[in-house]
Design a protein around this ligand. Structure first.
Ligand code: NAD
Length: 362
């Protein structure tokens, strides 16, 4: 199969859909991989590494798309890419079609076969979203610690304290993939960490791993209030699949928090779990609410594209190899996880929740 890897063109997107190791694996399986020159530079992966791994390199994005049977990308196509969509092409990427009617219309009118990373599903798990939750979770205490510094508007607290001085209190609301990764890094920094979740089985699992090194609490509005009032850093990491995030920290509660406390809302891409959360960007990531600092960047992994590229492609590569080796029809027939990824084919929407969100038939 001929596989194309174009450079990403969406604003501030520095990831790339294949690493040199991924190219090597696809070539080893008998496929031809063409990478757009410079596609890896945003993640600090030079062209020479792709060449050494067996890629063909070309300058023109139009050519990368035109010669490919399957295009591997990171983000959904944007308007300037729509003319490259066509019938017979398989596009494997994050699509998030429920949030973009124009992209849906472009894929449908072109007749492109769109397989979306975010709807590939194994049981209840979303294996191609998990790596980005891991990255965002591990970043949260880092950006929290940065913003807790006095000159960044924070209360001037060092997460680990020092001998004789108490560490910062970090409260993580939601102990799923991102929340557990956040807790892990906060514990590693030496902070006093509490994780709240509504799922007691999840809390049992976390408690068993951490052996008393952090505290777990069932998430109720009472417990959240008690914890948040003592917190230096609050990390929001909840998810109710398919729904807007619940509002768990009110404006009134923030008004009573310690001055200079920091709130990081990882769940901002689902509307956020603090009443005053609104999406921010890496250019201006924080704002103040009462005397607290809010950080609500919707694309946290974008700030560490090198790590994010490797984390994402580790997860996508086995599926890309399967699609290339078997062809998309047989690959989907043999793998229900991948079948759940099919969003568009032959001018039709094929994913019921996406169709429902857009008010379309599938
Ligand atoms: P997950 O499903 O692994 O975990 C969510 C957890 O929230 C679950 O354990 C669930 O039991 C818990 N929960 C639900 N309601 C709760 C409540 N009221 N109180 C406490 N816990 C509650 O989800 P995840 O992969 O960790 O993702 C969390 C959110 O982060 C999602 O919205 C995801 O899209 C988002 N995310 C954001 C970024 C970013 O850059 N901002 C990056 C990756 C993921």
């Amino acid at each position: 199969m001929k596989i194309g890897v174009p450079a990403e063109v969406k604003n501030h997107e520095y990831r790339v859909a294949a690493t040199p190791a991924g190219v090597h694996e696809l070539v080893r399986n008998g496929h031809e991989v063409t990478v757009q020159r410079g596609a890896g530079l945003g993640s600090h992966i030079p062209d020479e590494e792709y060449l050494a791994a067996g890629a063909k390199m070309i300058d023109s994005a139009d050519e990368v798309w035109a010669q490919a049977d399957m295009v591997l990308k990171v983000k959904e196509p944007i308007a300037e890419e729509y003319h490259r969509l066509r019938e017979g092409l398989v596009l494997f990427t994050y699509l998030h079609l429920a949030a973009s009617r124009p992209c849906t219309d472009a894929l449908l009118s072109a007749g492109t076969t769109g397989i979306a990373y975010e709807t590939v599903q194994v049981g209840n798990a979303l294996p191609l979203l998990a790596p980005m939750s891991e990255v965002a979770g591990r970043l949260a205490p880092q950006v929290g610690a940065y913003n807790l510094m006095r000159f960044n508007g924070g209360r001037g607290v060092l997460p680990g304290g020092v001998p004789g001085v108490a560490p910062a209190k970090v409260v993580v609301i939601g102990g799923g993939v991102s929340g557990l990764n956040a807790a892990q890094i906060a514990v590693g920094m030496g902070a006093d960490v509490t994780v709240l979740d509504t799922n007691v089985d999840r809390l049992r699992f976390i408690d068993a791993i951490y052996q008393g090194r952090l505290k777990t609490l069932v998430s109720t509005s009472y417990a959240i209030e008690q914890e948040v009032l003592q917190a230096d850093l609050v990390i929001g990491a909840v998810l109710i699949p398919g729904a807007k995030a619940p509002t768990l920290v009110s404006n009134d509660l923030v008004s009573r928090m310690k001055p200079g406390s920091v709130l990081v809302d990882i769940a901002i891409d689902q509307g956020g779990c603090f009443e005053d959360s609104r999406p921010t960007t890496h250019a201006e990531p924080t704002y103040r609410v009462h005397e607290s600092v809010f950080y609500c960047v919707a694309n946290m992994p974008g700030s560490v594209p090198n790590t994010s590229t490797y984390a994402l492609t580790n997860a996508t590569l086995p599926y890309a190899v399967k699609l290339a080796n078997l062809g998309w029809r047989d690959a989907l027939a043999k793998d229900p996880a991948l079948a759940a990824g099919l969003n568009t084919h032959d001018g039709k929407l094929t994913n019921a929740p996406v169709a429902e969100a857009l008010g379309l038939l599938c």
